[in-house]
Design a protein around this ligand. Structure first.
Ligand SMILES: Cc1cc2nc3c(=O)[nH]c(=O)nc-3n(C[C@H](O)[C@H](O)[C@H](O)COP(=O)(O)O)c2cc1C
Ligand code: SF4
Ligand code: SF4
Length: 315
């Protein structure tokens, strides 16, 4: 069978899964086209295949926004078979349902879904708790999840029903994040004074959400939450700022009260809308004019960055 693998990877986990899937498929006699990370892939030049395997990390219970855009750009096909895998830290949430619906809209018949659990790249407010041995154990488990998921490709079964509660909870987290959270998240990042101005973060951001300001990077809206900038900075200069939260929170309260008074009939909607808008404005103001507070204001300073080591990559 000829299989095309499409993937996006923020920090390397999904790339690792895609490469291992390719190896295992080739070893069992399949022909595989590994489309480069979708940042460089042009869907209009897609090769023909019997099955398309889409592999995505899960961020905030959903697939990342740049992958959603990629799915929407795919050329229409008539009943081509597709399989979707979520690469995550244990909770795929709304990812599979969302991906399946988007692929169906492009004419795909989504025949199966799978999960591969990897060491978590989510650093926000928590440190990676895994020891090197636990990380290795998780990678070995991931390898066997990959081979189990690939058996499904050989059999091409009918789709299983998803747990509806998992999907609903996933959607409750995923949609507010897609609509609002991702525009605020990047505005909370800062580069501290140890930044050596290499501009790697600017060049590597998959959605160009970072620009270079006068003496350090500045973040714009539209971050997809991949954490590549944080994890890849050669001097670990990038972090979250508590001040971004303080500015956001103050902005949110002011705006919520103001709109609540202005629109008494629609009070609850006005307050919620005001809160979200005010938070965004507060974070924006922080990012534009107050990032020099950065060095005094970190939520995550000196925490470990979590990328696969060279040894783990070769596993
Ligand atoms: C911002 C962010 C949000 C995440 N949200 C989830 C989540 O909702 N559920 C989950 O299981 N893992 C979550 N993770 C963990 C990632 O899915 C996991 O680390 C994945 O392997 C990352 O793949 P990548 O290195 O290809 O980006 C999150 C990671 C990040 C950076
Ligand atoms: S990658 Fe790090 S050191 Fe390089 S410009 Fe960005 S913040 Fe500065
Ligand atoms: S700003 Fe950082 S976390 Fe956001 S999309 Fe760009 S590289 Fe990823």
């Amino acid at each position: 069978m000829k299989i095309a693998i499409h993937y996006f990877s923020g920090c390397g986990n999904t790339a690792w899964v895609a490469v291992h899937a390719q190896k295992q498929l080739k070893a069992t006699g399949h022909e595989v086209v590994l489309l480069q990370n979708i940042e460089q892939a042009f869907p209009e030049q897609m090769p023909t295949s019997d099955v398309d395997l889409f592999i995505s990390p899960t961020y905030f219970f959903d697939i990342p926004a740049n992958l959603i855009a990629y799915f929407k750009r795919l050329p229409m096909v008539a009943g081509r078979k597709a399989v979707f895998w979520s690469v995550n830290g244990g909770v795929s949430g709304f990812s599979y349902t969302h991906a399946r619906n988007l692929l169906k809209d492009r004419g795909y018949e989504v025949i199966a879904g799978g999960c591969v659990e990897m060491p978590d790249t989510f650093l926000f407010l928590k440190e990676s708790q895994l020891t090197p041995e636990q990380r290795r154990g998780r990678l070995e488990k991931a390898l066997s999840q990959i081979s189990d998921n690939l058996k499904i490709i050989d059999v091409l079964p009918k789709q299983k029903r998803e747990n509806i509660f998992k999907v609903i909870i996933g959607a409750i987290v995923a949609f507010p994040y897609l609509l609002w959270g991702r525009h605020v998240l990047g505005l909370s990042f800062v580069a501290r004074s140890q930044c050596v101005h290499c501009k790697k973060c600017v060049q590597d951001c998959p959605v160009h959400a970072i620009a270079f300001g006068k003496d350090r990077p500045i973040w714009r809206t539209g971050c997809v939450g991949c954490f590549r900038c944080i994890n890849n900075c050669p001097v670990a200069a990038i972090d979250f700022s508590k001040y971004a939260f303080i500015f956001g929170f103050i902005g949110a309260i002011i705006c919520a009260v103001f709109l609540g008074i202005l629109a008494p009939l629609l009070k609850i909607f006005a307050i919620i809308f005001g809160f979200l808008l005010g938070w965004f404005v507060g974070a924006f103001v922080f990012q534009k004019w107050f990032v020099h507070f950065a060095d005094k204001s970190l939520c995550l300073s000196d925490r470990k960055r979590v990328l696969l080591t060279d040894e783990e990559k070769d596993l």
